[in-house]
Design a protein around this ligand. Structure first.
Ligand SMILES: [Zn+2]
Length: 281
């Protein structure tokens, strides 16, 4: 794997194979980093995993534009993951006149629209007795259920990018299981790169994924520096076996990250912002 700092305007094409570009690596309220949103590139194909409030600004800072994103996948409804979507929707409909694709289940589509996007996106037009709907802004791509046990697992292909999605346990912190947690999902790309997105410490999930997909090369994992709450505590992640920590980069971290040395604790390190991880170089 080669780690490459962006050295010009952000280009979505990666002729070397599969890569992740971290738009940001920060926690929800980071003032040092952008939010943990990832651009997946492979050949001519791309996918943006999450689009937080700062994402349109961040992509502009990288010399690109959120209007160039043609494929979205949203892991859950916190603003650092969906806050940029209102702009995406409005710019798509009224400026570039195109409807980007969004990989999303029927269940989460209803939640995302009714509880988040509708307030800003529905009431701009009224025709035939109806305001605008999700499908006026985005082209839904439905993932297919491929397993229900031990928890829901979905598959979808986006161009050459193979995507598996699975339920995670993020909120509330009182939920004992993913089953009674509010909707959140993680992503496995090409059966190689695991990104659980925002999640509490969930060894059961990691054990399941690593046993089912021994092809997993790297894990980009949520991390927080204090116990409790709705993310994975650094000290809990330290209890993982050596061979798991060594393939794990930490992301979604707070602004006090400089006082931690993840390599010294057996992790691959902190994921870095504005950087390409080229997995085939
Ligand atoms: Zn979250």
């Amino acid at each position: 794997m080669e780690i490459q700092q962006l050295d010009g305007p952000l280009d979505f094409q990666d002729n070397s194979g599969l890569s992740f570009f971290f738009v940001g690596v920060g926690s929800a309220f980071s003032k040092v980093h952008f939010q943990t949103n990832i651009l997946v590139c492979k050949g001519k194909d791309h996918l943006l995993i999450d689009c937080g409030t700062l994402c349109p600004y961040a992509l502009w800072k990288y010399g690109s534009s959120v209007t160039k994103i043609k494929n979205f996948l949203i892991t859950h409804s916190h603003a650092d993951h969906i806050g940029g979507l209102e702009e995406v929707a409005l710019m798509g409909r009224y400026v570039i006149k195109s409807r980007p694709k969004m990989i999303i289940t029927d269940d989460y589509k209803k939640i995302l629209w009714d509880q988040s996007l509708r307030g800003g996106n529905s009431y701009g037009e009224f025709a035939d007795g109806e305001y605008l709907r999700f499908d006026d802004y985005f082209e839904q791509v439905k993932p297919e259920v491929i397993a229900k046990k031990p928890r829901s697992l979905f598959h979808v292909q986006s161009g050459s990018i193979d995507i598996k999605m699975f339920r995670t346990k993020h909120i509330p912190d009182s939920a004992g299981s993913w089953r009674n947690s509010f909707y959140s999902c993680g992503v496995l790309i090409d059966e190689r790169i695991l990104f659980p997105s925002d999640t509490r410490f969930d060894k059961e999930l990691l054990d399941w994924m690593l046993a089912k997909y021994p092809t997993i090369e790297y894990i980009f994992h949520d991390c927080q520096f204090y116990p409790g709450g709705v993310h994975a505590y650094y000290e809990e992640l330290k209890t993982l076996p050596d061979n798991v920590r060594s393939k794990m980069y930490l992301c979604h971290y707070g602004d006090n990250f400089a006082s931690f040395k993840p390599e010294a604790d057996g992790f691959a390190g902190f994921a870095r912002q504005g950087v390409f991880y080229h997995f085939d170089k």
